[in-house]
Design a protein around this ligand. Structure first.
Ligand code: NI
Length: 157
């Protein structure tokens, strides 16, 4: 398994476990947040699902989504987990197709600059950080579920 195959497995497994977690949360809790400054459950789910779109733009156009691109996706009321997944699936597929199209030689030579932070990392490191980001938020969602005393899915399947 080469580096590209490994990162694709990692991205897909992280997403599968994130979705398993998100689907375990009843829609009635989407606006719940553990304190006034924390992300709500809906915000966290949307943040992770649309992260694919943000990173696709960073990797291909070296920018974040513009306000007019954010408005119809990020600034909607929360209705259901399924709506969040349905609205974002095309962006996920676009992101995975982009990673599949990459040349593995670029993983340790192409430098990616974060447009919103003074951070630059090589492409392979960048992709791994994206997967790690989504996994951290999966853990946060599981903690939210514990606080709400909801049954938590077994992501260590
Ligand atoms: Ni985040």
């Amino acid at each position: 398994m080469n580096a590209k195959e490994l990162i694709l497995l990692d991205l897909k497994e992280t997403r599968r476990r994130f979705l398993k977690t998100a689907y375990g949360i009843p829609d009635a809790y989407l606006n719940w947040q553990p304190d006034a400054t924390a992300l709500s459950i809906g915000h966290m789910i949307r943040h992770v699902l649309l992260h694919d779109y943000s990173w696709y733009l960073i990797l291909t156009e070296h920018r974040l989504p513009a306000d007019e691109e954010r408005a119809p996706l990020w600034e909607l009321p929360f209705t259901s987990v399924q709506d969040e997944v349905d609205r974002s699936i095309a962006y996920h597929e676009q992101f995975i197709a982009y990673v599949e199209s990459l040349d593995v030689e670029d993983f340790e030579s192409k430098l990616i600059q974060w447009p919103h932070r003074p951070i630059a990392r090589y492409l392979g490191d960048t992709l791994e950080r994206k997967s790690y980001h989504d996994a951290v938020h999966t853990g946060q969602l599981l903690q939210y579920m514990r606080m709400l005393q909801l049954d938590r899915p077994d992501i260590w399947d």
